[in-house]
Design a protein around this ligand. Sequence first.
Ligand code: GTP
Ligand code: MG
Length: 243
Amino acid sequence: MSEDFEIAIKVVIVGNGAVGKSSMIQRYCKGIFTKDYKKTIGVDFLEREMEFDGEEIRLMLWDTAGQEEFDAITKTYYRGAQACVLAFSTTDRQSFEAIEIWKRKVENEVGEIPMVLVQNKIDLVDQAQVTGIEVEDIAGKLNIKFYKTSVKENFNIDAVFEYLTERYFLDLNARMIEESKQAVSIGPSLLSSAHLTSQKAANSSRLQKTEMKDINSSNRRNIKQMSGAITADGKRKEKCSIA
Ligand SMILES: Nc1nc2c(ncn2[C@@H]2O[C@H](COP(=O)(O)OP(=O)(O)OP(=O)(O)O)[C@@H](O)[C@H]2O)c(=O)[nH]1
Ligand SMILES: [Mg+2]
């Protein structure tokens, strides 16, 4: 796999056990669906390259275990996450009720990051244990966009990750503009630094790359550390690259 990508985004996928997190990542990265359930032990990692706004992006997808027994391990992997999928299953009411808890768990580690709510297994809507109104209510309350997906039918999976990528860039842009405004409001004594910062905002796309290169290298460091932990668990790391 080539190492010359400029931009990498760390995405964590969280939610109760068996809601379809691993299936979703496998579908997105490998284009496959497996009927059998094999719970994730700790954490797994896959990645996919995509193009966004003319840039090549690497999405690093961290598949965390939903079973509570792994909570202590998985939360250490939230660190450095830049976006998050909160997943629940159409046929599992408990997984729906746990969504706010998962959101808090991630935010406790990384603060506010772009998130998306995913109601998976929509192909089983005739066995639904949540109503459409309930889901819309929680999405409204948490102020996050929500997608109905079916990994089995390959419905809306790409849309989830494209949306998160777009949100990531919107947030990054907003942060840089805010940074620039703050620098300008400091006053004339710091005019030169304010000027530099507004130039930075004006050239945001070029500078985003620089900023993201930093994020990128810190992510690479994280991956190195984390992959050690995965190997120590005896789990083989898999990678894929479907452009
Ligand atoms: N019908 C249907 N089944 C699905 C769908 N997505 C996943 N499944 C099935 O649900 C089961 C659990 O999927 P996983 O992806 O392993 O669940 P998980 O969230 O990773 O579970 P943990 O690793 O324990 O946290 C598997 O048997 C999958 O085949 C879907 O969209 N529709
Ligand atoms: Mg899993």
